[in-house]
Structures are given as structure tokens and as C-alpha cells.
Write a protein that binds this ligand. Structure first.
Ligand SMILES: Cc1cc2nc3c(=O)[nH]c(=O)nc-3n(C[C@H](O)[C@H](O)[C@H](O)COP(=O)(O)OP(=O)(O)OC[C@H]3O[C@@H](n4cnc5c(N)ncnc54)[C@H](O)[C@@H]3O)c2cc1C
Length: 244
């Protein structure tokens, strides 16, 4: 079995977000980059599945050379090889087209993405990939079990759980619970240095661009109101906080 895991490289969750170039670009100065957490889960489940039948796991990232360190972490965790499509990720359509172009000639049984990137939160790549590759695409999956080329998938839905049957090849996006991410050990880290990380040139175009980013307004200080001022409290909740 061949599994492709789409790996996005995102700012560490403790990053202080700031923008540059007239608020049109994320300021990446001094940012620590990590593997998108949902992609870590997708990677771990892919490894578990291929360990059962001696398959292979390849990761693919659309990104520039500064993503290589994070890609090496995926190799250290256990991926067999990695592909980096050398292009700056500009929008979800461009990313999906690049991955679809690469994957078209590789006959993967399963293509895993995370449910969303935790930086731009588009939640689009899995659906677009399915359409571009003419494959079924199932999103926010919490569980996958395989029986030959039949896949049984579980998804959380409002107030319950949905079970979906689908034949491979398919695309899915991983949601929390999909797997418990693995931490690379020293042997994995050493092995990762010599595992193949192939770089191919990207050529796809997206169809959107950012015109402006805005940070949320700073939180206002706490207002203390005494027990005797119930009228003031109601007034503030009604006219200022607008919650009643
Ligand atoms: C450094 C940097 C600069 C950027 N600058 C711009 C910019 O100037 N203008 C702009 O429009 N956008 C920019 N982007 C955003 C970029 O377009 C997004 O990475 C892309 O749109 C996909 O994000 P999404 O939120 O739609 O993905 P989602 O659909 O939320 O991602 C879901 C899953 O798709 C996969 N995936 C997502 N991105 C990638 C990837 N790059 N490689 C492999 N798999 C991936 C992962 O499995 C991920 O979990 C930038 C991103 C980065 C990291």
C-alpha cells in the first residue's frame, strides 16, 4: 500500500502574529516552524497502516527550502521518503494543483491531509484534491480501518458519529483522534538524514490573493461593578458588550 501524506509547515502555536508590507503579508521574521498538528496525526496513522502490510509512506510539501527541517522531522518519525514541491504556497487551489500534478503519476492508495492548516485555516486542500484527481474525498475523519481496498471511515457529526464506506484510492482529511502523534527517537533522527527528500519544481497558479490582514482588537480591561450597581451592569451588558 502506498500512502501520500500532505504536510504543511506552519508557525509554532506560541508565535506572536504580526504582519508586514502594509498588512498584506505574514511577518515570518524569527518564527519557529512546526509540522501542522493535524498532519502529524495523519502521518502517524499512515505509518500504523503501512506497518501492517509493509507499505510505504511518502510526504509531500509545497514550500521553499526553509521547510526542509520540518520535512526531515516527518522522515525521523518514520516516513519512507519525502517530496518538496519547490514553490511558495500562495493559496489552497495552487497547493492542491501542485499536489495533484505530482500524485497523478504515482498511484497512491490513500492521500491524507490534515483537516485544516492551523495558520490559514482554509480547510480546502482535501476537497480540491479530490476534485482535481477525480477521487472520493472525505473530510474531518477520526478513524480509518482497511479491509483490502475497502475503507471504513468514521466522522464526527453534530450530536453523533457517521460511518462511511469507500473504496480506495481516496483522499481524506484527518481530524483530532485520528492518531496519537509519534515523537521521533534518536535512531529515527539519524536515519532521517539519509532518507530521500526529492525536490521538484512547482508551476501551478492559484486564483486568490490576500489584500489585507487585521489583528483582533486588543481586549479591554476588566470593569468592576459593585453588587449595588445592577442597573449599570445591565446597561453595560446591553449597550457595550451587546450580549443581552
Ligand atoms: C510562509 C507562508 C506564506 C504564505 N503566503 C501567502 C501569500 O502571500 N498569499 C496567500 O494567498 N497565501 C499565502 N500562504 C498561505 C498558503 O496559501 C496556504 O498554505 C494554502 O492556502 C493552504 O492553506 P489552507 O489554509 O487553505 O489549507 P487547508 O486546506 O486548511 O489545509 C489542509 C491540509 O492541506 C494540506 N496542505 C495545506 N497546505 C499545504 C502545503 N503547503 N503543502 C502540503 N500540504 C498542504 C495539509 O495536509 C493541511 O493539513 C502562505 C503560507 C505560508 C506557509
Amino acid at each position: 500500500m502506498k500512502i501520500l501524506v500532505c504536510l504543511s509547515v506552519v508557525p509554532d502555536t506560541t508565535t506572536k502574529i504580526a504582519f508586514t508590507e502594509n498588512d498584506t503579508k505574514f511577518n515570518s521574521t524569527g518564527v519557529t516552524w512546526i509540522m501542522n498538528p493535524y498532519d502529524e496525526m495523519a502521518l502517524t496513522r499512515a505509518l500504523e497502516l503501512t506497518e501492517q502490510d509493509a507499505g510505504t509512506v511518502t510526504t509531500v510539501t509545497v514550500g521553499l527550502a526553509d521547510t526542509d527541517a520540518v520535512i526531515r522531522k516527518a522522515l525521523a518519525v518514520g516516513a519512507n521518503d519525502a517530496v518538496r514541491i519547490n514553490a511558495a504556497p500562495m493559496d489552497a487551489m495552487q497547493v492542491a494543483k501542485e499536489i495533484a500534478n505530482y500524485a497523478a503519476s504515482e498511484a497512491y492508495d490513500l492521500i491524507f491531509t490534515g483537516r485544516e492548516s492551523i495558520d490559514y485555516n482554509g480547510g480546502l486542500v482535501a476537497g480540491l484534491l479530490g476534485e482535481l484527481m477525480q477521487l472520493p474525498s472525505i473530510n474531518v475523519v477520526t478513524k480509518i480501518e482497511l479491509d483490502g481496498n475497502n475503507a471504513k471511515l468514521e466522522r464526527d457529526i453534530d450530536g453523533g458519529r457517521e460511518v462511511v464506506n469507500c473504496t480506495t484510492p481516496l483522499v481524506l482529511s484527518a481530524q483530532k483522534e485520528f492518531a496519537e502523534p509519534r515523537i521521533p527517537n534518536m535512531r529515527g533522527i539519524m536515519a532521517a538524514r539519509t532518507k530521500p527528500l526529492k525536490v521538484v519544481e512547482g508551476s501551478a497558479q492559484g486564483n486568490t490573493s490576500f489584500t489585507k490582514f487585521e489583528l483582533p482588537k486588543p481586549k479591554q480591561g476588566v470593569k468592576m461593578i459593585t453588587a449595588e450597581e445592577a442597573g449599570t451592569l445591565i446597561d453595560l451588558l446591553h449597550n457595550e458588550a451587546k450580549v443581552i
